[in-house]
Structures are given as C-alpha cells and as structure tokens.
Design a protein around this ligand. Structure first.
Ligand code: CAA
Length: 379
C-alpha cells in the first residue's frame, strides 16, 4: 500500500472539503431538525462529479479510483452524513452494481443519468423480516415469461422517495434458496409501486428512508441484472464495496467530531487556562486522533485493494467494523469535551453522535461484519 496520495487524489479531497464547508454546513442543523432531504445539495454534488465518482467517463462518470472516493466521503461526512449516505448508496451500490453487472442497454438508459446525479438510485434488499438474514427474502418476483410480477415490502430504503431507479432484490425460485433470487430494476411510478411515509429517525434525519410496497408490479425481463438467480450474489458483491463507503462515512463523522473538539478545547477556558491544556482533555483528544488514523488506514487499505483488483472482502468488513466503532466512541467523547454546549444543537457534535449510530447498523451490522471477517480468516 502506497501511503502517499497523488496530486489528483489530494485535489479531489480538497474539492470535497471546500464544497462541504461552503455548501453543506449552512442549513445542516435545520435540515436535520426538519428531516429535510438535501435535494439541492445532492444536485450540486452530482454536478461536481461526486455521485458517480468511480463510473467510467464513457457513462458520464468521474473515472476516479476508490481511494479518491474514500477521501471525498470523509470530507462530505464531516459535515452532513445525510448527504453522504445518499452519495454512498448511489456510488457504491447502484452505479457500481449497474456498471459491473448490467447490460449495455441498462447502462445507457440508467447509469449515464445516475452517474451525473441527474437522477439518484436506491438499493432495496432489507425487508421487515430480512435484515441481517438477507437470504430470507419474502419479496417475490414471479417469472411470467417476458416479465416478472413483483410483490412484497422493502424496509429502511435509503433514497426511498427521492430515487428514480430502484434495484430490488426478490425471490423467484424458493427451491433454489439464495440461488433463486434476482435483482430487478424498477422505475419510480411503476404501476403497483408505492412509497410509504418517511421514517422518523435518531440520526441522518435528512436522508430519505422509506418502506416500499410492490403489488403486482410488472418488471420487464430486460430489467433483470445478470443471469437468472444472480441477484443474491450481486447484492453481496455490491455490499462488499458499499462497506468501504460506509466505513469512510463513519471515518468522516469521527474526524468531523475531532476537529470540532480540538477547536472548542482551544477556545474554552476553565480553571484559568484553555481546556486543551488539561491532561484529562488531552488524553481524550489523543485517543480520538489515534483511533481515527487507524480507521483511515483501514479504509484506504480496503480501497487500495479494490483498486488493485485484489480480494478486499475482509478488509472492507474490518474497515466498517472499526471505523463505525470509532465514530460512535469519538462522537460521544467530543460531546463530553464540549460539556453542556455539546448537548445543544448549535455545536454540531450532538448531531454527529446521533448520526454515528447508524454506521454500526446499515450495510451489515457490526455483528455481521464480524461473521464476514471470521469466515475469511478461518478459510
Ligand atoms: N461476497 C460475495 N459473496 C458472498 C459474500 C460476500 N461477502 N457473503 C456471502 N456470499 C455468497 C456465498 O458465497 C453464497 O453463495 P454460493 O452458495 O453461491 O457460494 C451466498 O452468498 C450465501 O452465503 P451464505 O451461505 O454464507 O449465507 P448466510 O445466510 O450464512 O450469510 C450473510 C450471508 C453474509 C450473513 C448475508 O446475509 C449478509 O451479508 N447479511 C447482511 C445484509 C446487509 O448487509 N444488508 C444491508 C442492507 S443495504 C443497506 O443498508 C443500504 C443502505 O441503506 C445504506
């Protein structure tokens, strides 16, 4: 692993930082409070190339590497994790999945617009009774010859209302278990497809999380991604990459909290000196900074392996497991450094603490990451 970032990668990081600090910071507290989806901000992120960063330029993407994606995700997540989850799902689950496994027609029709953020996508795997146990799909896609008939409910879908394109995982042949599952592209507005109310969440409150209901939705066969029965394998493969995105989101939430704690500790005085001069605060800051560096190394390692086309399943799971733990611990400590001010909204750290929790849950809980890691190291 080369620890030195290229000029191009540094430029991507700087552009993301500049955008986050100038365009996302304003209004982030209100968007969180009102649970307002950052539509305008995501449109701008699309215009700047952040919504299809790794997509080949021939499909309107940025043609960048995964390391650049990690750097951009960290900077955006420092300020607004509701924006970065939309970015992560669109980049890693939807665009990457379509580019890697879709047909040329699917890429021309959907990927070219998803990569610019003209439209955004959603990835629909979780169900009321199938979260971690993802092979237990109850949503069915009955084979009707030239089309599938889709029936079922999906839960906690990011970009649930704002997406135009949905990749829906559904069971076609129950006898074949996970090898009888398909991944289908469903367009918003399809007859029989309804979006439930927005979830009222602890964190990432701006992000658009909804249940989706499918009742006899006709999906043409040409909207299936990959061969018949490939859907579960596709879901697992995109989630391997998705975990690098969420790990970087967790890293950004943690490093955003540390930046705030550092600044505050230099300004706030107690017992006649800045609180950063008290050893009790220094110990906290040192531990936060060390953990964040370690999380960053894990994220960059997983991204580098992916860019080098090496197996990165274990590294992505380790990055997500560790970075999400660091995000939770760091944000709790950042609130503590801020004292009473940390408990009120104006100082941002309470929001980062609430946002951190989901990184230990979505795209595979921490417990699932441990299963993935154990299977890899016991091979
Ligand atoms: N990469 C590639 N393939 C994988 C894989 C991986 N990491 N993990 C499993 N597979 C394949 C296996 O090889 C197997 O295929 P074959 O039989 O053809 O070889 C198939 O998947 C089934 O695997 P298992 O027999 O191991 O299945 P299992 O039920 O014991 O465990 C699991 C599977 C790993 C627990 C899986 O269900 C899982 O990852 N669950 C978590 C689901 C998840 O991450 N959900 C996130 C929702 S999306 C989201 O959150 C987006 C968002 O909004 C931000």
């Amino acid at each position: 692993m080369n620890f030195a970032l290229t000029e191009e990668q540094l430029a991507v990081r700087d552009a993301a930082r500049e955008f986050a600090q100038t365009e996302l910071l304003t209004g982030v507290i209100e968007r969180d409070e009102k649970q307002q989806f950052p539509a305008e901000q995501i449109k701008k992120m699309g215009e700047l190339g952040f919504m299809g960063m790794m997509v080949d330029p021939k499909y309107n993407g940025g043609g960048m590497d995964t390391v650049s994606y990690v750097l951009a995700m960290e900077e955006i997540s420092k300020v607004d994790a509701s924006c970065s989850v939309a970015m992560s799902v669109n980049n890693s689950l939807v665009c990457w999945g379509l580019e890697k496994f879709g047909t040329e027609e699917q890429k021309q029709k959907y990927l070219t617009k998803l990569a610019t953020g003209e439209i955004i996508g959603a990835f629909c795997l979780s169900e009321p009774e199938a979260g971690s146990d993802a092979t237990s799909q109850r949503t069915t896609a009955e084979d009707k010859g030239d089309h599938y008939l889709l029936n079922g409910t999906k839960n906690w879908i990011t970009n649930g209302n704002s997406a135009s394109v949905y990749i829906v995982i559904a069971q076609t042949d129950i006898e074949k278990r996970h090898r009888g599952i398909n991944a289908l592209i469903v367009e918003k507005g399809a007859e029989g497809f309804t979006v439930g109310p927005k979830e009222n969440k602890l964190g990432i409150r701006g992000s658009d999380t909804h249940s989706l209901m499918f009742q006899d939705v006709k999906v043409p066969k040409e909207n299936r991604i990959g061969e018949d029965g490939f859907g579960f394998s596709m879901a697992m493969q995109v989630l391997n990459g998705g975990r690098i995105g969420i790990a970087s989101q967790a890293l950004g939430i943690a490093s955003g909290a540390l930046e705030l704690a550092l600044n505050y500790s230099k300004e706030r005085k107690s017992f006649g000196k800045a609180i950063c001069e008290h050893q009790g605060i220094q110990f906290k800051l040192s531990e936060m900074a060390t953990n964040i560096e370690a999380a960053r190394m894990l994220c960059l390692q997983a991204a580098t392996k992916k860019d080098n086309k090496e197996d990165f399943v274990k590294e992505a799971a380790m990055a997500k497991l560790f970075a999400s733990k660091v995000a939770m611990e760091t944000t709790v400590e950042a609130v503590q450094v801020h004292g009473g001010y940390g408990f009120v909204k104006e100082f941002h750290v309470e929001r980062l603490m609430r946002d951190a929790k989901i990184t230990q849950i979505y795209e595979g809980t921490s417990e699932i990451q441990k299963i993935v890691i154990a299977r890899e190291i016991l091979k």
